[in-house]
Write a new protein. Sequence first.
Length: 209
Amino acid sequence: FRWFGRERSRLIEFVCSDMWQPYLKVIAKKAGQAVHVLDRFHIMQHLSKAIDEIRAKEAKKMTAAGYEPVLKRTRWCLLKRPDNLTEKQEVTLAGLLRYNLKTVRAYLLKEDFQGFWDYVMPYWAGRFLDRWCTRTMRSRLEPMKKVARLLRHHRDLILNWCRKSVDPYTRSRPVVLVLGRRRRTRSATVSPHSPRAQRFMASRSRTPQ
């Protein structure tokens, strides 16, 4: 924001970041007019970490109790999107879902949450989010409950996902700032010091003749 300066910071219309508290504070202070969207990748990452924690603990308990190691080599079956599974992983996951395990319940909660990203109206997205959080808080799966509490805390920012669309009649060239720590998605992270960002900001600063 120091590099952008006050004038350019006021032009920012959308900001995307993770839930790191220093980001949230500085964005609210320096670009309070922008629609602040929490990054989908990092939200789903919290859910994936919760599932992985539950799976690891449950697998350890099952091994110690002498049960069949049904959770062995299932990590990526549970963390990958169903569309990205290999044929072998699909078979493994289908077999795993027949068991009444904590890991399976956590996986089903994660996949149910994917429906949130299809909403376009904040009101209905909020209804969905509230119901999902309530159900998760009753699941007795502490890592998942931790995520539900996190989502409730950032509810307003999460609902900005539905407000991120650009109206082509009013905003033909929105100014977007993306902030993230070690972001590993296919979409590019735009740093204000990157040549791409500098060219963009230089074009914004030109005064039409």
